[in-house]
Design a protein around this ligand. Structure first.
Ligand SMILES: [Zn+2]
Ligand SMILES: [Zn+2]
Ligand SMILES: [Zn+2]
Length: 426
């Protein structure tokens, strides 16, 4: 014991008083506190002395007035008051029972004697040994359901959810949960069976269930098939979403490259800096390579090269989605042009104004152009390899930039082969 002088001395020295000694080691027990009892109970902490008292009352059977008969001739002595207060079913059984010398007798069969003992002890002190719970949890679940002991039933469900449920016993517990009206537990078991169907279907529990309850087996198999179907749909939707995200990022990067330029690639009128910091567009690097390929590829026709085909698709998709095509600098973005097809012309021609509108890159060529009934005039240059689509044909064409009075665009003989203007079955 701590003396008054010690306390005074300690406070003077500023050191805390020594900690009280640790309690004696007690056997490991789990106490279950039930919810929903009146408010004064919520504030009450049940001491081990109280639970020990009820355990002793059960163990010593002091003035016990009920004997519970179990399998193999086992007997458990108990008190009618306690059994009756914790289980309405046992209260009724005791009331209906007959006995000798004022000692009533009831019977609990179909489960091992030790499981009944753990059950009755729980009715006294709401306590159990974890090892007992692990060994008899299925019996306790059944007993708690049959004799209507909700706090034990809840405790069994919690223990199963928190580790005692496994692939090996999942089918047995699933069937018990259905019989014992434990919807949450049956749902958890069902989910475990679906998630690990291959392993579960190889267990003894599954084979026994197949024999005893073929209808239940069919129902589970149907849910497994449905779960598979849902998983496939989910997978497909995820892939579609990924594809949409990739396309969206590619669209953004395309606009960014054509508008701002990025490192080594961009519009003609932008000064590009190779040592610029990386931009925030995730698809920019991949698109940069694609654009480089597209600029250099000799085929550059839909179907001619997979990469070029992809580039065309991107241009086309952008063109369909673009909301400001007038200000947009992406090539082919709804920049349609009306052309005069002149089978007498040797080249393709375009006015300077139209070339500017379409954003074409014009290089000096030094050539001259001669129209009918007029003097030959120097041309303004040439726009080479312009991505052009005529009907279903698309490819690169050269346009001579010249002054023309009547038309903005003239397609000459070379460009207007039937194969380019019409679909010609061979
Ligand atoms: Zn970029
Ligand atoms: Zn290509
Ligand atoms: Zn656009």
């Amino acid at each position: 014991m701590c003396k008054m002088e010690d306390v005074v001395d300690n406070s003077v020295n500023g050191t805390p008083p020594p900690a009280p000694p640790l309690p004696c080691a007690q056997p490991k027990r789990v106490l279950v506190k039930s919810k929903g009892i009146s408010s004064y109970k919520d504030q009450c902490s049940v001491s081990t002395a109280t639970t020990d008292l009820y355990d002793r009352l059960f163990d010593e059977a002091y003035r016990a007035d009920v004997v519970v008969h179990t399998d193999d001739g086992g007997q458990i002595y108990a008190h009618a008051n306690i059994l009756g207060m914790t289980s309405p079913v046992i209260r009724h059984l005791v009331k209906e029972s007959k006995g000798k010398n004022r000692r009533r007798s009831i019977t609990i069969r179909g489960v091992p004697h030790d499981a009944v003992r753990v059950f009755i002890r729980f009715l006294y002190s709401s306590c159990y040994n974890p090892e007992d719970m692990e060994e008899y949890i299925l019996h306790l679940l059944v007993l708690s359901h049959v004799y209507v002991v909700p706090h034990l039933k809840r405790e069994c469900e919690v223990q199963l959810e928190n580790g005692l449920l496994n692939i090996e016993n999942s089918v047995d517990i699933f069937q018990l949960a259905l019989l014992c009206d434990a919807p949450r537990l049956s749902l958890i078991c069902h989910r475990m069976i679906l998630d690990n169907f291959k392993a579960v279907s190889a267990t003894d529990g599954w084979n026994a269930m197949k024999e005893a309850h073929p209808i239940l087996e069919r129902e589970i198999l149907a849910t497994v098939a449905e779960a598979d179907r849902r998983q496939r749909v989910l997978c497909r939707k995820r892939k579609e979403k990924e594809m949409y995200v990739q396309l969206y990022e590619a669209m953004e990067a395309l606009v960014h490259i054509c508008r701002d330029g990025c490192k080594t690639i961009g519009p003609h009128d932008k000064a590009l800096k190779e040592d610029e910091h990386p931009c925030g567009y995730t698809a920019c690097k991949g698109l940069e390579q694609l654009v480089r390929h597209f600029a250099a590829c000799k085929l550059r026709v839909p179907g001619g090269c997979a990469q070029c085909k992809r580039m065309w698709q991107l241009f086309e998709l952008h063109s369909r989605l673009c909301i400001d095509s007038e200000a947009c600098r992406v090539p082919l973005c709804r920049k349609k042009a009306r052309a005069m097809v002149d089978t007498g012309a040797t080249h393709n021609f375009i006015t300077k104004r139209e070339a500017n509108r379409l954003g074409l890159r014009v290089v000096h060529s030094g050539g001259r152009m001669k129209a009918v009934n007029s003097e030959a005039q120097p041309t303004c240059g040439v726009a080479k390899n312009v991505n052009t689509r005529i009907g279903e044909w698309s490819g690169g064409l050269d346009f001579t930039v010249a002054t023309m009075d009547d038309f903005e665009l003239v397609l000459g003989m070379d460009s207007c082969t039937p194969a380019r203007l019409f679909r010609c079955p061979t």
